[in-house]
Design a protein around this ligand. Structure first.
Ligand code: NAD
Length: 350
């Protein structure tokens, strides 16, 4: 039987969830609640039931799942209420604004015996899945560095995302996705974190950041978000012991260069700008294979399918509490690093 869902917060992302659920094979939409009457009216115009109060929405005896899609600073209060009401809860990223707020939500889930997870939908991004496939195939050997970037040029949105008190800023916004992906791509203990913020269009919150995550083996995860980049850098760039891979954009296939033979005998110097170089001379096909990797196929609705199956005990939850906590720990360490200007040692829980 389909799980019955109530959505709290019918803004941009709340309407995305509603549309997902309306065409779902595992869930059906009972209704929404939004604090802003204009958003409730919009839902009604679309034929979606709108509850009068938050309590009515959360306590609807017919519902199985409450999805929390409000600004970041309001998640904990609503999530804890919904879990106490005996509902399974999907909460939007980043989770909340601190590890302690996240832990309160996890505790509430443990107390109620109901499921709680964060909507890490970008685990279904095909660019990320492409990079994961390349790494996990093992063909390129141990990872040296993965660089993951998202660049836009419109600054930070002028809504609550630009306000500190509501949990604005790009680290909480896009950062949380890219950090979650990075921790899946390099599944090792973290040793330290270093981060810097940009404030080009907003002084209150970061409108971009550069974050280095150092892992136990010496591998480095570099995560960068920019909102003032009129030329975007590649989405993913990866160096491994036996080659390199690049994914320029989420619409593109991955390009891989596999190093068959490290030594290549005498290298002829090449002309490079105002001089010559052997070090930077390009390789030929005797020592490297160059090929493309098809983009994997993915369906983001598998997030809902998994959550509904987990409620029935048929599957394990894909997005685990321990994973959500680690992402939040990296975010907290990144804030500390920005404040101090130093690298922050990381006491990992892995
Ligand atoms: P939004 O401003 O478009 O919508 C938020 C809605 O919540 C508004 O309609 C607002 O009136 C309503 N609201 C505010 N406080 C409320 C309350 N206490 N009770 C009920 N309704 C309330 O913002 P958005 O872009 O939809 O973002 C909402 C959440 O979704 C954020 O946590 C954001 O990080 C997340 N999000 C996730 C993704 C993703 O890909 N996973 C994408 C966008 C946003």
């Amino acid at each position: 039987m389909k799980k019955k869902v109530v959505i709290i917060g019918y803004g941009g992302q709340g309407s995305w969830h509603a549309a997902q659920i309306q065409k779902s094979d595992v869930a059906e939409l009972l209704g929404i609640y939004d604090i802003n009457p204009k958003r409730s009216d919009l839902a009604k115009e679309k034929g979606i039931f709108s509850y009068d109060t938050l309590d009515d929405a959360i306590n609807d005896p017919a519902s199985d799942i409450v999805v929390v899609v409000t600004p970041n600073d309001s998640h904990k209060e609503i999530v804890v209420k919904a879990l106490a009401a005996g509902k399974n809860v999907i909460c939007e990223k980043p989770a909340e604004m601190s590890l302690s707020a996240l832990d309160e939500m996890i505790d509430a889930s443990n107390r109620s015996g109901k499921l709680f997870t964060i909507h890490h939908n970008r685990r279904w991004d095909v660019d990320y899945l492409g990079m994961k496939q390349i790494i996990q195939s093992g063909k390129l050997g141990d990872v040296i560095c993965v660089e993951s970037r998202i660049h836009g040029s419109r600054g930070i949105p002028s809504d609550w995302r630009g306000m500190k008190e509501h949990g604005g800023g790009m680290l909480y916004d896009w950062g949380v996705h890219l950090i979650d992906q990075m921790l899946q791509l390099i599944p090792q203990k973290i040793t330290s974190v270093f981060c810097t913020f940009s404030h080009i269009t907003n002084k209150e919150v970061d409108d971009g950041f550069k974050l280095t995550i150092n892992f136990e083996s010496g591998a480095v995860g570099y995560v960068e978000v920019g909102t003032y980049n009129f030329i975007a850098m590649p989405r993913f760039y990866m160096l491994a012991k036996k080659g390199s891979a690049i994914i320029t954009d989420w619409k593109e296939k991955a390009k891989v260069v596999y190093c068959k033979h490290w030594y290549e005998g005498d290298v002829l110097p090449v002309q490079a700008a105002a001089g010559i170089t052997k070090t930077m001379a390009p390789r030929d096909e005797i020592t490297v294979d160059t090929y493309e990797v098809e983009r994997p196929v993915s369906d983001v609705h598998d997030f809902y399918r998994n959550f509904c199956a987990a409620i029935d005990g048929r599957e394990k939850q894909i997005v685990l509490h321990s994973e959500i906590r680690r992402v939040m720990m990296v975010i907290e360490a990144a804030f500390k690093s920005v404040q101090s200007g130093n690298t922050v040692e990381f006491k990992d829980i892995l």
